[in-house]
Design a protein around this ligand. Structure first.
Ligand code: AHR
Length: 309
């Protein structure tokens, strides 16, 4: 925590706005690019200087970025941690330098809870529960054999989307088996190549009911692999994706997938408000969730024009 008045940073004096360091995860998905755009635009609109570092999905690069922000004495550090563990040392360094850290999007291990001020982002477990609840309803009479395309191993969204799904499916009494879970690292290439190995290993057309992809890119990559192998996505195997990009909705309109759980990247303005409030030393909630919905086949066409990324 910090009681920094906003006067201490090299760019943060008077009315000139704050100097903010933002260690972003990477550019692995349409979601991520939309999120970076949202944060950069909001910082500019609010008159703050944003030092933006793309971590390329590499924790070491993010740690280096945070250390650089400390050396530059930024007013506030915003970190979107690629994975949940391994942050204690660098968060302690920020704390020792009196620079508050705000988590954006992803979270860190509960053990490090005292080392950041607040997190603004999605409730990933709730997203997983939404997916699990839909599966429970859809396959109530038949039960479901499930393949799971997991996000980056050790990341908050991968961990929580997996556990949330199971929680809701178990609670609803769904008879299901997750045949296998493999990581596609939140990328289209990853999703496609994992799906290819699934297709070699399982009779997907006959023995698999549901593919649960932790984001759009992996789901869209998997759809490509299915089509190349004569399996009809959305029909031979039902598909859930998480995010809700334009490309995801287009696949939905084409009947290639069956359920979209929204993950909302457009929290730049809200993030700037949090950063300003943290810099002012105000009391913070530990977690602020962004608002998100769910969409089934009847919604895809009407919702497509509203998608921003
Ligand atoms: O942390 C949010 C997740 O990260 C999004 O679902 C995914 O698309 C991104 O890579």
């Amino acid at each position: 925590g910090s009681d920094d008045s906003g006067q201490g940073g090299s760019g943060g004096s008077g009315d000139e706005g704050l100097l903010i360091g933002f260690a972003q995860v990477g550019a692995e998905s349409a979601w991520r690019t939309a999120n970076s755009d949202s944060v950069q635009a909001a910082a500019e609109a609010a008159g703050h200087e944003l030092k933006f570092v793309d971590g390329q999905q590499d924790q070491e690069k993010q740690i280096t970025a945070v250390r650089d922000f400390i050396a530059q004495q930024v007013d506030v550090i915003v970190l979107a941690p690629v994975v949940e563990t391994g942050w204690t040392d660098v968060l302690e360094e920020a704390d020792a330098a009196g620079i508050p850290v705000v988590l954006a999007d992803r979270g860190v291990d509960a053990a490090d809870e005292d080392l950041y001020v607040t997190r603004l982002g999605s409730d990933f477990a709730e997203e997983g529960r939404k997916a699990g609840a839909w599966a429970a309803e859809t396959f109530a009479d038949t039960g479901a054999a499930v393949l799971e395309l997991e996000g980056t191993v050790g990341s908050a969204p991968a961990n929580d989307r997996a556990s949330g799904f199971r929680e809701a499916a178990d609670e609803a009494g769904l008879e299901y088996e997750v045949l296998e879970t493999q990581s596609g690292d939140f990328t289209a290439e990853g999703g496609k190549s994992v799906m290819e190995t699934f297709i070699e290993k399982y009779d997907v057309k006959n023995d698999v009911d549901l593919l649960y992809a932790h984001n759009d890119e992996m789901g869209l990559g998997a759809i490509q692999a299915l089509e190349e192998n004569g399996i009809v996505p959305g029909v031979d195997v039902q598909i859930i994706i998480v995010d809700g990009s334009k490309a995801g909705f287009e696949a939905g309109v084409a009947g290639k997938l069956n359920y979209i759980v929204e993950c909302n990247p457009a929290f730049g303005e809200q993030l700037m408000e949090v950063v300003e409030s943290v810099d002012a030393g105000d009391e913070q909630e530990k977690f602020t969730p962004v608002e998100e919905g769910v969409f089934g086949p009847d919604d895809f066409e009407a919702e497509l024009p509203n998608r921003q990324f």
